[in-house]
Design a binder for this molecule. Structure first.
Ligand SMILES: Cc1cc2nc3c(=O)[nH]c(=O)nc-3n(C[C@H](O)[C@H](O)[C@H](O)COP(=O)(O)OP(=O)(O)OC[C@H]3O[C@@H](n4cnc5c(N)ncnc54)[C@H](O)[C@@H]3O)c2cc1C
Length: 453
């Protein structure tokens, strides 16, 4: 093989950048690609990572991440890295809820083809009355794409759509709000109906696609450690603590990339997988639109207890996950016998004692969460907390509002051999792991097609 090797720079080792490197090397039969994966921070994973907490000694995630059966590119990535065994696959879609009257509800969808599984689950869901259930069935209209064309959906938001579909207050409170906040992390009237529809289509696209997948281990064990092994076996150079400051296209059509350390390298292909909210920090010598996307926050709370959490307090805890209705704390995950992880999405607009949740201090957040858990779970007030950790991710996701559609589209780079990569780019999905990894896969396929004809 005399062919000259092709030097590729990937800026940013979040899941988009990391997966692009993995997909490229997996299919690089002739070892054509010499890849540098360059990350400004001291760690890989971007917005999905774990760390060792000095106080408790536990490995904690920066936020609970949930996957779904329709995360096809993510599953492929995990398989290449031999990490798929670290996921718990639900056999059927099942979610437990408690409300502030300590009442328990279970949404349990039978193991049959979708969307019939969801309709049957809803018909049996105790939180809803007969009128609510009949109104829920109106979403069948959505599945008929002729009734709701993509052009129409791109112009409206999900609250308009739910109004048109005559969804009841109960349907919104017990089904739509928990689901929408968990997937989109913003207000219902900020979610564009077409992005929402894309998620429904994916979730309804076959058996098991709407089932949830919950990581069995921490995020580094699932996404990062085995990927690093795969990349080092394939001679990908991972450069940590190196921020890319400039990308200049030169007369040969290559890219001169300058790092904060002062050094620079030349590459034939440039994949810009830096976070969407930091793209403007990189200086370019060519015209390129950047996306203007609104961000939204997620607060994660880890509670460590002195003693084991008795079985009866979270006895209906399927796959370690329980939803709370009517409280600011939305989800509880039982990570171990003494460790609960709590999720609060929408922290920029939900308020507590007149303050936005994101502006509360650690003590106020812990107090609010423990009150929420006491209000919903019988016996919780007997538990004693030995340690706690609050993590505020202020730019956890982008808001998939109507404007975001054009912002994402306009950034398709027309510069030869220059690609944008990330959860925001190209896919029309919300800000998720799957959007990031699916985009990484797409870009690797484009590059492979150019060199392996
Ligand atoms: C708390 C929380 C909970 C979440 N929950 C879920 C969930 O349940 N399910 C789900 O699917 N998704 C969830 N997400 C969203 C998911 O984590 C993101 O969509 C995904 O990780 C984005 O990956 P990315 O590679 O596109 O971007 P990023 O993760 O932002 O990666 C970009 C990387 O680029 C680096 N970088 C930036 N500038 C430079 C530069 N100049 N030079 C070099 N490197 C640079 C950054 O340091 C970063 O590592 C959650 C996110 C958070 C924060």
């Amino acid at each position: 093989m005399n062919q000259k090797r092709i030097k590729i720079c990937i800026a940013g080792a979040g899941l988009a950048g990391l997966s692009t490197a993995v997909f490229l090397k997996k299919n690089d039969a002739e070892n054509l690609f010499e890849i540098d994966l360059v990350e400004s921070s001291p760690k890989l994973g971007g917005r999905a990572y774990s760390f060792v907490d000095r106080d408790s000694g536990l490995t904690l995630d920066n936020g609970q991440h949930i996957l779904a059966g329709w995360y096809s590119a993510t599953l492929e990535f995990l398989k290449i890295c031999n990490s798929q065994f670290q996921l718990n696959f639900q056999k059927k879609l099942e979610i437990n809820f408690y409300n502030t009257e300590k009442k328990y509800f279970k949404l349990s969808c039978p193991k049959i083809f979708s969307p019939l599984n969801l309709f049957i689950g809803i018909l049996k869901f105790d939180a809803l009355g007969l009128k609510d259930k009949l109104r829920f069935l109106k979403i069948r209209k959505l599945i008929n794409r002729e009734a709701y064309s993509p052009d129409y959906l791109k112009k409206i938001n999900v609250s308009d759509l739910l109004f048109e579909l005559k969804q009841t207050e109960n349907n919104i409170r017990y089904f739509w709000e928990p689901f929408l906040l968990a997937v989109f992390n913003c207000k219902t009237d900020e979610i564009n109906a077409d992005v929402f529809m894309n998620v429904l289509i994916e979730g309804f696209s076959g058996n098991g696609k709407s089932n949830l997948l919950i990581p069995d281990k921490d995020l580094n064990s699932l996404f990062i450690n085995n990927a690093i092994n795969f990349l080092s076996d394939n001679a990908v150079e991972i450069k940590l603590n190196k921020r890319i400051e400039e990308i200049f296209k030169n007369n040969q059509g290559n890219f001169n990339v300058k790092f904060n350390s002062g050094e620079s390298n030349e590459y034939s292909i440039m994949i810009n997988a830096a976070s969407f909210f930091r793209l403007n920090e990189i200086k370019l010598n060519f015209e390129c639109d950047l996306p203007k996307l609104k961000t939204s926050s997620i607060i994660s709370v880890h509670l460590i207890f002195k003693e084991y959490i008795p079985e009866e307090i979270l006895k209906n805890n399927s796959f370690g996950m329980t939803g709370l209705i009517g409280t600011n704390t939305q989800w509880i995950f039982k990570k171990s016998e003494r460790h609960l992880s709590l999720v609060i999405s929408g922290a920029d607009f939900i308020e507590h004692n007149g303050k936005k949740l994101i502006d509360l201090d650690k003590e106020e957040i812990i107090k609010m969460c423990t009150n929420d858990l006491k209000n919903c779970l019988s016996g919780f007030d007997t538990l004693e907390i030995s340690d706690s950790k609050v993590i505020k991710e202020k730019r956890a996701t982008f808001i998939p509002n109507i404007d975001s559609i054009n912002e994402r589209k306009k950034c398709n780079s027309n510069i030869e051999n220059y690609y944008f990569c990330g959860d925001w780019a190209e896919t029309d999905l919300p800000s998720t792991i799957e959007a990031a990894i699916r985009n990484g896969k797409k870009i690797s396929e484009k590059i492979l097609k150019n060199f392996y004809k």
